[in-house]
Ligand binder design. Structure first.
Ligand SMILES: NC(=O)c1ccc[n+]([C@@H]2O[C@H](COP(=O)([O-])OP(=O)(O)OC[C@H]3O[C@@H](n4cnc5c(N)ncnc54)[C@H](OP(=O)(O)O)[C@@H]3O)[C@@H](O)[C@H]2O)c1
Length: 224
């Protein structure tokens, strides 16, 4: 469904958007009208991913830039670099992320031996590194990349826990995630985001046990 209203949607940069998780998010938001910038360490790789996704959707609103340029040009940034590069990637992005919301999707879990990580949460580490001028919001840790790529434009069966110290930033991210076809709920502060990272370890073990790639979470009892 394309957004035809007069409202100007924010530009979303997906930093490290060339891997497994980033492209599904990019396609979901592009499908409903958000301008998307794919970020990469390499400009050519960012361009190649943007071109591939545009062709898939028959659109031209996805562009590609190096991560820092992508952050500078976006209104909201989403971090989907491989979890082992989380802190290294953030080092170079501090200036570009100033004054912005950073949605941190990082779940520091090894696929081969999935175990819940120890606190502090990746998002708390990000917030401490970036300082108060960036509002870090943790979200999307429990949404498998395979699910994101299915039924673009339709709601997927996955609930998203959204964590932030700043509830206004959290509300904006809840709306963004909902626009991408997921249910989303505020779930606590950045320290609590360690639970979402741990849940990713649980979901990977369930995927392996049940031979699927799409295990996700659902929340009951909220009338919102
Ligand atoms: N995969 C999932 O189903 C899933 C689900 C929920 C959350 N997540 C989280 O989302 C994040 C991305 O996961 P993914 O599976 O998409 O990862 P991925 O495909 O392994 O990697 C994503 C991107 O990270 C970038 N990268 C690799 N090494 C880097 C480095 N040293 N410095 C900076 N960037 C580097 C690469 O981009 P360039 O080479 O283009 O720079 C790569 O395309 C992780 O934190 C993961 O926990 C993943």
């Amino acid at each position: 469904m394309i957004n035809n209203t007069a409202e100007k949607l924010p530009t979303i940069a997906i930093l490290g958007g060339t891997g497994k998780e980033g492209p599904g998010l990019a396609m979901r938001w592009a499908t409903v009208g958000y301008p998307i910038i794919i970020g990469s360490r390499k400009l050519e790789k960012a361009h190649a991913t943007a071109t591939r996704l545009n062709e898939k959707l028959s659109i031209d609103s996805i562009t590609g830039l190096q991560n820092n340029d992508a952050a500078c040009q976006a209104d909201i940034c989403v971090l989907t670099v491989v979890a082992t590069a989380h802190q290294a990637a953030l080092q170079g992005l501090k200036l570009g992320l100033k004054g912005k919301i950073l949605v941190d999707a990082t779940a520091r879990v090894e696929f081969r031996d999935p175990k819940p990580p120890k606190p502090p949460s990746a998002a708390r580490i990000a917030q401490d590194m970036l300082g108060p001028e960036t509002k870090v919001v943790a979200a999307l840790q429990n949404v498998p990349s395979h699910l994101l790529k299915q039924n673009l434009g339709a709601t997927i069966d996955s609930d998203v826990l959204v964590f932030a110290d700043d509830k206004t930033a959290a509300s904006e991210v809840v709306k963004l995630v909902q626009a991408g076809g997921m249910r989303a709920y505020y779930a606590g502060d950045l320290d609590s985001a360690i639970v979402a990272e741990g849940l990713t370890a649980v979901l990977i073990q369930m995927n392996k046990y049940y031979s699927v790639k799409t295990a996700s979470i659902g929340i009951n009892g909220l009338d919102v």
